[in-house]
Structure formats: structure tokens, C-alpha cells
Design a protein around this ligand. Sequence first.
Ligand SMILES: [Zn+2]
Ligand SMILES: [Zn+2]
Length: 145
Amino acid sequence: MDCPHQPQPLVAGEHHGHAYAGCDACGGRFIGKGLLHDALGHARDGALRRERLEALPASAVRCPADGQTMHAAVHEGIEIDVCPQCDGVWLDAGEFEAITQRRKARQRRKDDDEPPEDDDSSDGELIEGVVEFVGEALGAIFDVF
Ligand SMILES: [Zn+2]
Ligand SMILES: [Zn+2]
């Protein structure tokens, strides 16, 4: 599986049994269907889901897993690219970064009294936060429209 932006094989990672893949060249990440299954579990009405996904503007990014044109969803000002075929999600490095920064800011506001933690988040922890965000975004697309 190659990066959609350049001929660079994606490096597979794993978090709690869920697979994701990252590009060492551009820093983009692909989060596969397995990881998003739970987030999407309540919104699996196939026809409706597909209709809403395809109503989103087409993205310049093609799914690294199956080559489908992805659709661009914007949630809280951050764009995520979603594949209509496999539910995979592509995040450019800047989008990934924006989500993790936002999560950290949110966390800091929550524990105002706590001393700031060292920034030693593992890739897996970052992915967990990103998956949560993507789950919210997809929930908004499939349920709230
Ligand atoms: Zn890349
Ligand atoms: Zn796909």
C-alpha cells in the first residue's frame, strides 16, 4: 500500500489490535476500516451512509487501500478524507497534527490544576485521540445532517 501523495510504501502500525499505516515521507496517516468500525457501528445503514458520504465534495486523495476517490469531510475546521468503499480515512500530516494539538489543548483545559505532562505520547496514543476525533466527525456526517 503506497502513500496517495508519493510512491512511498506506508509503514504499518498497530494499536489495540487495529491497524493503521503512516507515510515516512510526508507524515500522512491512513486509518483502516477496522479502527473505525466501532465509531461507525451505530451508523451502518448502508444506503443512507453512502448517500451522505457521496454528497461530500470529492477529495484529491485516492484511497491507498483500493484507489477509490475519497470524499472530504470537514469537522471543527479540520479536513479528513473518507473512502466510500472501505471506510478508510486518510489524514495529511497537517490534519493529523491539528487534531492531536486540539486534543492536547482540550485536555489541558480539563485538568487545569494538574502540572502539564511531558509530551511523551506514543504514536499509538496519538492514534487513539485521532480515532476519537474521526469518530465524532463521522458521527456528525452520518447522524446529524
Ligand atoms: Zn506520503
Ligand atoms: Zn478505500
